[in-house]
Write a protein that binds this ligand. Structure first.
Ligand code: ADP
Ligand code: ADP
Length: 209
């Protein structure tokens, strides 16, 4: 299956990034992660201090910032045929902007996957998350231990205090994106608890591939 526009939704730690990396290898579309784009921009010293503060403390960055990032990224040739949006949209304003950007190109969101994980599991999933800075591979100290030679980074916002704030932001702003896509008739809910491979199978079933 190529050329689809797919949205991945779910609270922090639901497994969006892990599954997106697996799926982009199997589907012919790139992963567009606003979180990854923002972290790369921060690492390159190009992110404004107030945006770094918003991110590191677990708040959202303003809609117009992430909408601009996605608009730019969608112009790149690899995203012309479709994309897997990971962590965007996170507000209804962003969802409406994404629909407008796609419809300009004669496209639409084909499937919106909501990965569901009980909130009680999300603190452990995020606080023990580590990423290899060379490969971008996502690990978990308990559920998916990194190899000894990995160069691990611990995200500044993967602390218990910041994760609690991100869960609040999710409940307040982002959960409304689920009924938005439900009304559009493209929502699929997937149980995100279980082995990574098991969750991947459920996502493929939801995508009909
Ligand atoms: P998100 O992008 O939704 O924030 P990640 O994909 O980064 O989530 O996953 C969060 C953490 O949970 C990572 O440490 C990852 O290794 C781990 N993880 C991902 N999927 C599962 C799963 N099905 N079971 C247990 N741990 C998982
Ligand atoms: P997670 O994988 O835990 O869901 P992300 O990597 O997607 O987190 O995002 C990290 C942080 O980047 C968010 O807490 C927020 O500050 C900022 N961010 C990423 N995407 C968006 C977005 N679509 N709207 C607003 N802020 C965003």
């Amino acid at each position: 299956m190529g050329g689809k526009n797919i949205v991945f939704m779910g609270p922090p730690g639901a497994g969006k990034g892990t599954q997106a990396k697996i799926l982009t290898e199997k589907l012919n579309v790139p992963q567009l992660s606003t979180g990854d784009i923002l972290r790369a921009s921060k690492a390159a010293g190009k992110l404004a201090p107030e945006l770094i503060k918003a991110m590191d403390s677990g708040g959202l960055v303003p809609d117009e910032v992430v909408i601009g990032l996605i608009d730019d990224r969608m112009q790149q040739p690899d995203a012309v045929n479709g994309a897997l949006f990971d962590g965007f949209p996170r507000t209804v304003v962003q969802a409406e902007a994404l629909n407008a950007m796609l419809s300009k190109r004669g496209k639409r969101i084909d499937v919106a996957i909501a990965i569901e994980v009980d909130p009680s599991l999300l603190i452990e999933r995020t606080v023990l998350r580590r990423t290899d800075k060379r490969t971008g591979q996502i690990y978990h100290l308990k559920y998916n231990p990194p190899p000894p030679d990995a160069e691990l980074v611990h995200r500044a916002d993967d602390t218990e205090v910041a994760v609690k704030k991100r869960l609040d932001a999710y409940a307040r702003d982002t959960s409304a994106v689920i009924p938005f896509y439900e009304k559009e008739g493209v929502l699929k809910r997937v149980d995100g608890v279980g082995d990574v491979g098991e969750v991947t199978k459920r996502i493929f079933a939801a995508l009909g591939v």
